[in-house]
Design a protein around this ligand. Structure first.
Ligand code: IDP
Ligand code: MG
Length: 148
């Protein structure tokens, strides 16, 4: 089963949308196997977004993601990376389809509410940044035989 890292970003926390976002992903059938609220510092933000270093928006992105607490979650499920990306919608909320998290709740690319890993390989790296192995709890859920 694939894993993906989700971050409920500071704008979603400020707007009281954390529960809504978790609900949408949970209802899809994905299983929460780790979860914590944390205040990201600049060092963690720069490592998490290292791929974007040098881009015009990088400093603003680091300032934004460290501006308020976030909730970090590891979801597990069939094709979790792709399923989460499709549930989130496109990076720019103006272009994201209605019915997606960004499409339903956002208007600004710099305030797009949620992060989801973009590949299984990056998911592993991101999960390691946020969670120790002891914090990831791969428990059995009986209902999964009805979901996949
Ligand atoms: P993603 O979050 O959909 O994976 P990425 O391209 O990985 O999108 O970019 C990471 C974050 O950086 C985005 O979620 C968004 O907040 C911000 N970002 C991406 N592209 C731009 C841009 O062109 N201008 C401003 N911010 C951007
Ligand atoms: Mg990305």
């Amino acid at each position: 089963m694939e894993k993906s890292l989700v971050l409920i970003k500071p704008d979603a926390m400020q707007r009281g949308l954390a529960g809504e976002i978790v609900t949408r992903l949970e209802r899809k059938g994905l299983k929460i196997i780790a979860m914590k609220m944390l205040q990201m510092d600049k060092s963690l933000a720069q490592r998490h977004y290292a791929i974007h270093k040098g881009k015009a928006f990088f400093d603003r992105l680091v300032d934004f993601i460290t501006s308020s607490p976030t909730i970090a979650i590891v979801f597990q499920g069939k094709d979790a990376v792709g399923v989460i990306r499709r549930t989130m919608g496109e990076t720019d909320p103006v272009k994201a389809q209605a019915g997606t998290i960004r499409g339903d709740f956002g208007l600004d690319i710099e305030h797009n509410l949620v992060h989801g890993s973009d590949s299984a390989e990056n998911a592993s790296k991101e999960i390691e940044l946020f969670f120790s192995t002891e914090e990831i709890i791969d428990y059995h859920k009986d209902i999964n035989k009805w979901i996949g």
